[in-house]
Design a protein around this ligand. Structure first.
Ligand code: 5AD
Ligand code: SF4
Length: 433
């Protein structure tokens, strides 16, 4: 979501004649887009902003902070870093071009925060020239997971009108985009909290708004792959599973955060499902499509998580056969219900649990990726690797990173067939065929 917001700001600034610097030393303005999900991300952003503001320069650098942390801390950020040029809240980044014009006129210390979740025209601008794009369909989140700060900073759910989303996808496709990723915190909730408007075209196979949107996006000429994130198990309705089964453009991959494998912890987290519910969704998705890959998020060291409960997360990850997983050490977020609970698992123990799950995931990733050796996969070519420009990388439909030799024939955004000859836990290697 932040990558998408950053791209949107870059595109807005391109449009009014700013140019991008190659690196921060050459820049007149640096904007830091921030995340509040974990304390460490905020500390890093504040540290970086402080360093940039303190840098000795002929022409003082203008530093701005946008996104969730700006929303959460508001003007209080100026007390910590008085030299900041501006701060912009989570749904206000459309005002950045105007703010830069004021900065050019000599103003400093500008704050545009707004209420979390206010309904304003959030920009959905895109940079030219890519082959894959994010399209926001749902802003905010209406769930209240006990550990999570997102609803406080990103506000309540609001779905964009289907016709507006489709127009954006059509424009992207006409500009050469082949893969879209539909974005929302709990993306399958699309159209549940406010009505979205479809045109009256008959013949749709679905009644629920999200599968219906998937079907409509698949109908856009030129869109070859559709992904969506982030998913919640409660969204895995029969219609959604049917959409995954029947719409060939939908990639056979889902990022489905589980957070914990323990029913007790899931309940305290207020996730709204049990271990069995989660595994049931997994079984149905995997039955819908061959070679379906699954990735997930897991939190270790949630308040009160016992050793046995942690072990349940371990076994769940194995049962669900996650192709990849992001593992997070629990971080108390001010104002969330979990922050009122005792942060009972020590930092060392969180670290240990983190390491155990990473090692498990490495072994599992290797085992699952080994099954791809000898097979041929369709890869959407992203571009050369930084270290060796003859080595290109791209993504398979399962969202696996595939590295292959490119002797010049393949262009960015092309779909190529690659025969896999080697596998690592998170990467497949092969040759074009
Ligand atoms: N502490 C640790 N991890 C968290 N996440 C969200 N909130 C917290 C928190 N307070 C993780 C969840 C979520 C991912 C984006 O970040 O796993 O899925
Ligand atoms: Fe946070 Fe839960 Fe909403 Fe995800 S679904 S953004 S974890 S509150």
């Amino acid at each position: 979501m932040n990558v998408n917001d950053s791209e949107s700001v870059a595109a807005l600034l391109d449009a009014v004649g700013h140019t991008r610097a190659d690196n921060e030393n050459d820049a007149d303005v640096v904007i830091i887009n921030t995340c509040s999900v974990r304390g460490k991300a905020e500390d890093k952003a504040l540290g970086k902003a402080g360093l940039l503001c303190a840098a000795k320069r002929e022409q003082p650098l203008v530093v701005g902070i946008m996104g969730c942390m700006a929303q959460r801390l508001g003007e209080g950020i100026f007390e910590r870093i008085p030299k900041l040029g501006f701060i912009v809240g989570a749904r206000r980044h459309g005002s950045i071009p105007g703010i830069l014009a004021r900065i050019a006129a000599g103003e400093r210390g500008i704050a545009e925060i707004g209420e979390a979740g206010e309904i304003v025209d959030v920009p959905h601008a895109h940079l030219d020239g890519g082959h894959a794009a994010f399209v926001t369909i749902l802003l905010g989140c209406n769930r209240r997971c006990a550990y999570c700060i997102v609803p406080d900073v990103r506000g309540p759910e609001h779905s964009r009108a289907a016709l507006e989303v489709l127009e954006e996808v059509r424009t992207l496709a006409a500009a050469g985009i082949r893969e879209v990723t539909l974005l929302g915190q709990s993306v399958m909730n699309y159209g549940r909290t406010n009505r979205v408007w479809f045109d009256g075209s008959a013949g749709t196979n679905f009644t629920e708004p999200f599968p219906r949107l998937l079907e409509a996006v698949a109908g856009v000429e030129g869109i070859e792959r559709i992904r969506f994130t982030s998913a919640h198990p409660s969204g895995c309705s029969d219609e959604l599973v049917r959409a995954v089964r029947d719409i060939p453009q939908i990639a056979p991959h889902l990022h489905l955060p589980v957070q914990s494998g323990s029913d007790r912890i899931l309940k305290v987290m207020r996730r709204g499902y049990t271990r069995a519910d989660y595994l049931n969704a997994v079984v149905r998705l995997k039955a819908a499509r061959a070679d379906f890959s699954l990735t997930s998020d897991v939190i270790v060291g949630f308040p009160g998580e016992s050793e046995a409960e942690f072990e349940q997360t371990r076994t769940l990850m194995e049962e669900a056969e996650f192709d990849n997983a992001f593992i997070f050490k629990y971080s108390p977020r001010p104002g969330t219900p979990a922050a009122e609970m005792e942060d009972s698992v020590s930092e060392e123990e969180k670290m240990r649990r983190n390491q155990v799950l990473l090692a498990d995931q490495d072994r599992r990733g290797q085992r699952l990726n080994d099954l791809w050796v000898g097979r041929t996969v369709e890869v959407l070519a992203d571009g050369p690797s930084l270290r060796n420009p003859a080595r290109w990388s791209g993504r398979s439909p399962q969202n696996k990173i595939v590295v292959f030799e490119n002797t010049g024939q393949v262009a960015k955004g092309e779909l190529v067939m690659v025969k896999i000859d080697r596998a690592a836990p998170q990467t497949l290697y092969g040759k074009r065929c």
